[in-house]
Write a protein that binds this ligand. Sequence first.
Ligand code: HEM
Length: 477
Amino acid sequence: METRPIPHPPRRIPLLGDILGMDRDAPSQGTLRQHRRLGPIYQRVIVGTTLTFVTGAELVEEINDEKRFRKHVGRPLAKLRTLVSDGLFTAFHHEPSWSKAHNILMPGFTRDAMRGYHQTMLETTRELITRWDEHATAEFVDVPAEMSKLTLEMIGRAGFGYSFDSFGRAHGDQEDPFVGAMLRALRHAEQTAIPIPFRGLFAGKAERQNDADIAYVASVVDEVIAERRANGSGATGDVGETRRPDLLDLMLDSADPETGERLDEVNIRNQVLTFLVAGHETSANALAFALHFLAQNPEIAARARAEVESLWPGADQPEVSFEQVAKLRYVRRVVDETMRLWPTAPGYFREAVADTTIGGDGDGGGYGFAENDWAFVLVLGLHRDPVWGPDVESFDPDRFLPENVRARPGHVYKPFGTGLRACIGRQFALHEMVLALALLVHRYDLEPEPGYELTVKEQLTLKPDGFRLRVRRRVSP
Ligand code: HEM
């Protein structure tokens, strides 16, 4: 069948390819700029490696079709495998460990499971508030760093009964060595993911540091697992008879209902690390972006606050129950719109199951994909598709009013990915983000640093760079 060539940037250099105009520091934002020039699909060839990017809503709808495309473990994810190997996030579609772990862990992400995590999330947010009450109101706080502590504590405590003692450390103290090693290993994966000629010649020291970091984080996770094994899990744990099984209990105690198989020790370590990696920075950065938009838009912050106050009139510390989080509809719209403008996971990879074309009109003329050819769906661009209207850069939570959501096709909003391999932690993330944001906006006035202009840093995830706020307590005790 006749196919169309996929556009590429002008000025292709022999052997090196399309290296001109590459933005190594902010690849997703660079790709967004290229899409504005080249349209909804384009290709870059770098030293013989072909990278295809897609943003257009109609093309994405086809690429999301699970019968024709599936998840591709792209280069940045493949690099992460040195840290988390065949954990859920980085497993290849053909690895049997994925479905085994998926089946065992799914009960950890049901609505009932969320009910079990709720109290931990509430208490953890209150610890942050206590810390901010004591320290933060006089000075500007590093918002992404604080949100990172919050979400790491939430997944550590709710998922594995493990605390990093993030709020016990004195204000401004150094981070936990585990967190430091994990973040360095993540950065290393990110930096080595972009194909750059001759990088290997100068990489010895960085590689040795990376090996040490990975060995260290693995040893800490092994200790957490050993401790749980020693103390027994579930109802016999030291938290008492009523504790619901958490993610670690599920992995240690249950078998895949389809095959009867259990996860082995090494795979459990990979999954724990996967959840710590996949489950903390994305939510933390989304919370930070949301606080930025609330600080910049006082009328939107006032509406969010009014919603919290209407549910808990006059409360100093709202006693939020699990069910009530779903009633925070405006706060949820703030979260949804934040992740439209700045999806903290900026995109996902898909690969063709068999030879196919996309964007054709039935008589041919589409863009050709051979079996296993892949594309990166730049969600950052998809969320700015013309289907979102003329003013895509403005922050407007009402885009997520139910009638507006119904008027749009579902595939134009994909902050949590798509299909079988979409985010397993979506409900966990939404619950923690809505809950934390509601409590913070209720407690504090958000004072932006004078002259701060949003710049977005890319380190696998997107985050507001150098973003600080002064938080002033609103409700007196
Ligand atoms: C705002 C927060 C979050 C965002 C934006 C996000 C985004 C995503 C995306 C886009 C994917 C699909 C990746 C792909 O197709 O390659 C994904 C997968 C995944 N996420 Fe999340 N995520 C968030 C929070 C979480 C949380 C809180 C957890 C854990 C509690 C989590 C655990 C995972 C796991 C394990 C996968 C792999 C699922 C699989 O392939 O079976 N994520 N996430």
